[in-house]
Design a protein. Structure first.
Lengths: 220, 742
């Protein structure tokens, strides 16, 4: 994915479509060092997960479209292995974020391509892992909770200079929405105005990983 | 005139020291081991010049590096920075860094409409006609289909992984000219669909890869940097300069052991021949001065002399020792037949080798002067030393009694063998392979394959198309579009034919399409107003100077893409990479395959043919001299014997399946000269058995060349094996057929 970075240098201002920016109010700003906070409790809950599998709908918001482009598929996150997104509509493909690599399998011919994963796409795996200490280096953290519903906002610390090499797609903000130990929605906004909202449906959290599941989402 | 031994020794040593000092002074800075000095620069044809330029400064000047492992990223960055600041490279870049694609991206983005539209239109027409069975592209149905197709393409693109990068570009380019060109740029640099996550670094050398400047400092730097590598980083690299340097170092080592082995064995033969060291030393003493003089003469004639010429020339000049044996053997009766044989052998060899001066290969011409003059000077030197009584201090040569008189059956068997061997000439086949000059280095070849496969360079064929101007080159290169997997500059711009079709269509239907497309966008959940930048530009379609546009695009290409095209006063060319050539179809006019190995092999074939022609003339001259000096009957007999023995040796090589090459030709020439020397002596002085000087000369020659035959350098092995075979046959032939029973 990083391959497209330098070729795009045209930056226009674009509106925010889907992300509720209210979360980025200073009153919701939190520091991870705070002990016994609701966020720490949530982190503790997420740290025990071994595997998450879920259906998802991805909405892609482009500046020139009235409606978002919708893609559907299933995803799987396995602690210590990586994140796998299986797109089942349109250009069917399997994308695996595995450490420093992004592996892509095209459904048409099962051709395997490997790319070094760039920082902006590595955030997605960190989000799924709920690895906030890793994200805190680049983002300010905002947290809001009501009953068992919660909203977690991540806003980039540095101002992204749009138009500079590779910065036009740099992630500027991420918003996660969930209930209890379940993550429902991930919304990511890029510096060039593009937004991606991943809504998860039928989330199942597992303590062990079956071979069938691993083979489906992380084929060798 | 007789001189005191000590006086002769002192004078010889003094003259040797003086000549050595002069030679060191003259040769300083004029001995080259640069492979470029071996190449013939006189061929000024346009394709040869272009191909050479690409081989020396284009394709061959590239180096490829692959890093993988955990800390690869950090190390690759500092590596690139160190190489860039070293001054040995024109450009070093990480292929995933993409700064190098930015200039071409910027240029394309500025001219995306005139550059991209013909290609987009050609592709759409192809899909339309394929789907609908070749209807006209001028009817209303086509316009409707074209708008729908554009929307369909855009919808599909927005679902792809790349779409997010183009969020703010697409309003200017809904027909996706730029994203598609980008895909092509990255395909061209093999960065689009890669099967691995290694970091690739590409570099262009400042100096020619075959020169010392392009090798030694570069390799020293890379070695130093690779030593700093952490264990977790795997590092591989390749380049023509790496091969060239590895070969040079290996050849130097090989030549050292070959020389040592030869000196030890020849010393043994000399000691055996005389039974004491003193005589051996006395025999060798007249040799250094003529050899140094010959080397000096070669420097004066050529200015710069290649080290290969000096090494090969030096080894072959060991043959001059034969004259020493002959003079020594006949020191008390050196007149009449013996003297005639000596002069005959020497002059024929000298003339044959001097003919090599006309060879187009500079190093062969140098060998010709070095050996030709060396042989003559060596004979004069031996005769001079004989005249002043030096050889009277030498012991008699030992006769080897292995040579029993040949019986009738043995001669008959030898005759049959010769006929059979000569039949082998009908099976002779040539294989001119420049790799004969290389030491096989399996590990390097394996690493090269590994690195080139990471850069997706394996199995592609490069074709170079040249012409007078941009138009001609583009027109010629466009004919290669039909080749399988063709990739060149026109992949981004379309061919002239595609451009003509689009221009004609756009003039008549461009506005209608614009309106139809705008309507379709509105109906398809797109914000048609957002695309105003595109429609404004399309409705006033820019008229641009196409050759200038293509030239501008070529100037913006950097990194690995910079090899794709070149337009300047130095020449105009486009490089096309194809998966395969079309069997039975000739390449378009002005197009040549740019295969480095193929080109060098072609040069080698050219040199071999030239050498064969020159050697043939030399041998005719040698025949004349032999007849003049040796008399018609004996001279012709000796000459034909030498010729038959050499031809039989070549025939045996053919039966053994050994292909004939440039070095076999050189070896055959040398063999004829050596065999002629033995034949002349045997014809004139061989009574009852081989003359003792021929026996000893043969033994030294066989010893020296047998050592060469064990060399790992295929070229040296070829010379050693061929000469051994021919000389061996000649000695047996002389013994069986030329020795008289008088």
């Amino acid at each position: 994915m990083i391959k497209w970075l330098p070729l795009l240098f045209l930056c226009l201002s674009s509106p925010l479509y889907s992300i509720d920016t209210a979360i980025f109010d200073d009153s919701f700003r939190v520091e991870l060092v705070e002990k016994s906070s609701p966020l720490q409790e949530l982190l503790a809950l997420f740290s025990t997960r071994r595997c998450v599998e879920s259906g998802f709908t991805e909405e892609r918001y482009f500046a020139f479209r009235k409606e978002p482009v919708r893609l559907r598929g299933t995803l799987c996150y396995i602690t210590g292995v990586g994140l796998s997104l299986l797109y089942e509509e349109g250009d069917s493909r399997l994308l695996i974020f595995k450490g420093t690599e992004l592996i892509r399998y095209a459904a048409a011919d099962n051709e395997r391509s490997v790319y070094p994963v760039d920082a902006d796409h590595a955030y997605l795996e960190s989000v799924m892992a709920f690895n906030l200490p890793a994200l805190e280096n680049d983002f300010n953290v905002y947290f809001q909770t009501e009953d068992d519903q919660w909203l977690l906002g991540l806003q980039r610390r540095e101002k992204v200079v749009r138009g500079a090499k590779g910065k036009n797609i740099a992630v500027t903000s991420i918003v996660l929405q969930g209930k209890g130990s379940l993550l429902h929605t991930i919304a990511i906004r890029n510096a060039n105005g593009f937004e991606r909202v991943i809504r998860m449906e039928g989330v199942s959290v597992m303590d062990s990983v079956s071979n069938t599941l691993k083979q489906r989402y992380f084929p060798e | 005139m007789k001189c005191n031994r000590l006086q002769i020794l002192a004078i010889t040593l003094l003259v040797t020291a003086l000549l050595a000092a002069i030679l060191v002074r003259v040769g300083q800075g004029h001995i080259t081991d640069d492979m470029l000095a071996l190449i013939d620069w006189s061929d000024a044809s346009e394709d040869a010049t272009l191909a050479r330029s690409m081989l020396l400064s284009g394709e061959a000047a590239q180096m490829f590096f692959v890093f993988s492992g955990d800390a690869a990223d950090t190390f690759a960055d500092s590596f690139v920075s160190d190489l860039n600041s070293s001054g040995h490279f024109l450009s070093v870049l990480r292929l995933d860094d993409y700064d190098w694609v930015a200039p071409v991206g910027t240029y394309y983005a500025d001219h995306y409409l005139p550059l991209g539209a013909p290609l987009w239109f050609a592709s759409a027409c192809e899909r339309y006609q394929f789907k609908n069975g070749c209807p006209a592209i001028t009817d209303a149905a086509f316009l409707d289909w074209l708008s729908d197709d554009a929307i369909r393409q855009l919808d599909e693109f927005l679902q792809s992984d790349q779409a997010e990068f183009f969020n703010d570009w697409i309003p200017r380019d809904p027909l996706l000219f730029f994203p598609k060109a980008t895909e092509s740029f990255l395909n061209g640099a093999n960065q689009s669909d890669r099967g691995h996550s290694s970091i690739l670094v590409w570099a262009r050398l400042k100096n020619a890869p075959l020169s010392r400047e392009g090798q030694d400092p570069v390799m020293t730097l890379i070695d130093a940097l690779s030593e700093q590598l952490p264990e977790s980083v795997e590092f591989h690299y390749t380049g023509v300069n790496r091969f060239s340097m590895a070969n040079r170092v290996a050849i130097q080592k090989e030549v050292q052991w070959v020389n040592i082995a030869m000196f030890v064995l020849l010393g043994g033969v000399l000691w055996f021949s005389f039974g004491n060291v003193r005589s051996a030393f006395f025999l060798l003493l007249p040799l250094p001065v003529p050899l140094l003089l010959a080397a000096l003469l070669t420097f004066l004639c050529f200015g710069n002399v290649h080290v290969i010429s000096l090494v090969i020339g030096g080894i072959i000049l060991g043959v001059a020792l034969d004259y020493g044996f002959h003079v020594s053997a006949h020191r008390f009766d050196l007149s009449g037949s013996a003297l005639r044989s000596l002069w005959g052998g020497c002059l024929t060899s000298m003339l044959a080798f001097l003919c090599l001066v006309f060879s187009p290969l500079r190093s062969i011409a140098q060998i010709g002067v070095f050996i030709g003059s060396g042989l003559l000077l060596a004979l004069i030197s031996f005769l001079l030393y004989h005249r002043i009584g030096w050889f009277t201090h030498i012991s008699d040569l030992r006769r080897i009694d292995l040579w029993k008189p040949a019986g009738k059956w043995f001669r008959c068997a030898l005759g049959c063998f010769l006929v059979f061997a000569l039949l082998g000439l009908m099976r002779i086949h040539f294989d001119d392979d420049v790799r004969l000059l290389q030491m096989p280095t399996k590990a390097l070849y394996e690493e090269d394959a590994l690195v080139r496969s990471a850069f997706s360079q394996s199995g592609r064929i490069a074709l170079l198309t040249y012409g007078r101007d941009v138009d001609e080159v583009v027109s010629r290169a466009s004919q290669l579009s039909a080749y399988s997997g063709a990739f060149n500059l026109l992949t981004f711009t379309g061919t002239p034919a595609q451009r003509d079709v689009f221009t004609a269509w756009n003039a008549e239907y461009g506005q209608q399409f614009s309106r139809a497309f705008r309507d379709k966008l509105m109906l398809s959940e797109y914000d048609a107003d957002a695309f105003a930048p595109f429609f404004d530009k399309w409705d006033q379609f820019p008229e641009e100077d196409v050759p200038a546009l293509i030239e501008g695009l070529s100037r913006s290409l950097q990194g690995p893409l910079s090899n794709l095209a070149h337009f300047s006063d130095d020449g105009n060319w486009i490089l096309t990479s194809v998966s395969s050539l079309r069997e039975g179809v000739a390449l378009p006019e002005g197009t040549i395959p740019l295969d480095q190995l193929g080109h060098l092999n072609q040069s080698f074939e050219h040199y071999r043919i030239e050498l064969m022609s020159t050697a043939f003339k030399g041998l005719l001259l040698a025949a004349l001299v032999t007849v003049l000096i040796g008399g018609l009957r004996k001279g012709l007999k000796a000459y034909l014997s030498a010729f038959i023995c050499t031809a039989a040796g070549v025939g045996v090589c053919s039966w053994l399946g050994i292909p004939f090459n440039l070095f076999h030709v050189a070896a055959a020439l040398l063999s004829v000269c050596l065999c002629l020397d033995y034949a002349l002596f045997t014809v004139h002085l061989g009574k009852c058995c081989l003359p003792v000087s021929v026996q000893i000369s043969g033994a030294t020659t066989l010893t020296a060349f047998a050592v060469l035959a064990f060399s790992s350098i295929p070229a040296v092995h070829s010379i050693g094996f061929s000469v051994c075979l021919c000389v061996g046959i000649a000695l047996v032939f002389c013994h069986c057929f030329l020795v008289t029973n008088e």
